[in-house]
Ligand binder design. Sequence first.
Ligand SMILES: [Zn+2]
Ligand SMILES: [Zn+2]
Ligand SMILES: [Zn+2]
Length: 578
Amino acid sequence: MTAIRLTVLGSGTSVGVPTIGCHCDVCTSPDPRDKRLRPSVLLEYDGRVVLIDTTPDFRQQMLRLQIPRLDAILYTHSHADHILGLDDVRPFNFYQQGTIPIFAAPDTLEVVQRVFSYIFATGETESSRPRISVNRLDGSPFNLFGLEFQPIRLKHGRGITLGYRFGRCAYLTDHSDIPPESLAQLRGLDVLFLDALRHKPHPTHSTVERSLQYVEQLAPRRAYFTHISHDLAHVQTESLLPPHVHLAYDGLVLEISNDPPIDLIKLHLNQPTSEPSALTIGNFDGTHLAHQQLFRRVARHGRERQLVPAVLTFDPHPTRVLSPDRAPKLLSTHEQRAARMADFGLEKVFVLPFTKELSQLEPRQFIEQILVEQLNAKLIVIGANFRFGRKQAGNVAMLQEEGLRLGFAVEVVNEFVHRGEAVSSSLVRRLLEQGDAAKAARYLGRFYRLTGRVVAGFGIGKEQTVPTLNLDWGDALLPRNGVYVTRTTCVDTGRVWQSITNVGVRPTFQGEALTVETFLLEALVPPSPHRIEVEFLHWVRAERRFADPAALKAQIFRDVGRAKSWYRHADRAARRVH
Ligand SMILES: [Zn+2]
Ligand SMILES: [Zn+2]
Ligand SMILES: [Zn+2]
C-alpha cells in the first residue's frame, strides 16, 4: 500500500484560536500549539497532494507550509469554516495549467455552488475564477490516485457531515455523534482524528470526554482531537489524556503506518510471554461470522479487563499433520486471517507450530504448559464443541474445571447459526465448491477473495480473445470452475476495477492446467498491477468448451454484459440503502 503523510493545517474551531476580542489564557498563550487556524488536513502520497476542506485560512495555510501543488479537494460539509477559502485555489490553477477536482456530498456541493456562484457562472468575465470540476459522493468508496477513500457519515447536530477513511487513517471533524454503521467502518485504524471542541457539551460538536469514549470503543493505535476551541489549553489538556491520545495542533505531521496492526508471533514450546491475555483458540480458516463473534468478545473482554486480546492458532492446519489425505484446501492465509482479526480489535496472534509431538500432549498438559505458562491466559472464549489435546480428549468441561484450579475464566459461546445454518469453515468451502459465491459471502461476512502475483498467461488470451490478468493463487481453495463477476484490487496501489474472472482449465484451448483469469471491465491504464486481490461477487456460468476462440470471445462479451448489469443493479441497491 501507499505510504501517506498527513499534515494538520488547522486544528481550531470555526472562529479560530486566538478568538477575536478574547484575552483568555489560551488566546494569549505563548505556546504555538495554542494558535489554531480553521480545521483542515493535507495528505501527500505517491507525489500527489489532497486537501480536506478549504478553510477561510486556506491561503495562509498553503503559504505557511509552502505547499507546491494541489491535486484534489475533499469536503466534509458546507459550513463556512470548511469552504470559504476555495477562491484561493487560483494560483494552483495557474501553475498546474488545469482544473482541480472537488469531491463532496450533493447537499454540500449545492451550498458551494450557491456561495461561489461566480465560479460556476457561464460566460466571459474580466477577472480570473477558480477552475474546478465537481464530483458528487454517494457514500460509496472512491479511488483517488491509487488510494481508496471511504466516506463516513457523521451526525453534526441536526445535519450530516462526511468523515473520510483512507488506508489505516480516518479524519472525522465536526460531529456530535458517530452512527453505529459508521463505527463499523472505523476498525483497525492506525490514526483516528475526532472532533473534541471542549469539555462542556455542545449541540453540534463532540467533547473531550465523548471522543475519549469513541477512542476506547474503536481502539485505534493513536488518536488526535481537532476542531478545538479556546477552552482547551494544549499542555494542560494533554496531561489529562491517555498516552496514545493527543490534541492535534497546526503543523503536526504524521506518517500513517500501513503495517498490519497486529503481531503474528511464532510460539516455541517453553517460551513464556508475560502479559496477561484474553484468548480464543482455533484455526479460524475464513474468519467467518462464527469466528467474528469470538473475536468481538475477546476484544471486548480485553478492553474491559486490561488483558491483551489475542488468538492462539496452529500452523500448519492440524489435519495436514494428522490426516494429510483429508486435509482441506484453505480459505485464507495466516496473514489474511491476522489482518481480519485486527479489524475486530485483536492485538496478538500466537502461532503454535503443529507437530505430531504437540498432538500427543495430554489435554491437561496443553492447558498448563501452553495456555497458562506460555500465554498467561486469564480468560478463554471458546465455542461449545471445542476439543483439544491428545486424541481430542480435552473439552469445555475440563477447561472450566482447570480454570477454577489455575485461575482463568472460561466463556462458552454457542454455535453460531445464520439463516438456519450453523456457520463453519467447511460449510463455506462447500458453498464455494458449488460456485455459490454470494451465499459464501453471507457466511464469511464479506466476499471470498484470492490474492497473489499476476503471472504471464499462455499468450492465447491476448492474441485470440481479450487481455486478461492471470493470478497465481498459491495454495488457496479455488471456487467451482466457471465464470464469476469479480472485483479486482491492485494490492500495491489500492486501485480497484470491476471485472469478470474465469476459474478453469480453458477447454477451448485444450487446456489441462487450472488457471484463474481476470478480465477488467474498463481499460487498464498502465502500470499493470504486479499483485492483485480478486473478490468473487457472483456466479455467472459454468465453464464450457466452445467451437473456436471466436465463439469464446463472443461469449466473453456476453459475460461482460451480464457483469456490467450486475454491477448497475448492485449500485442501485446500494443507493437505496444509503
Ligand atoms: Zn467546523
Ligand atoms: Zn479565548
Ligand atoms: Zn460544521
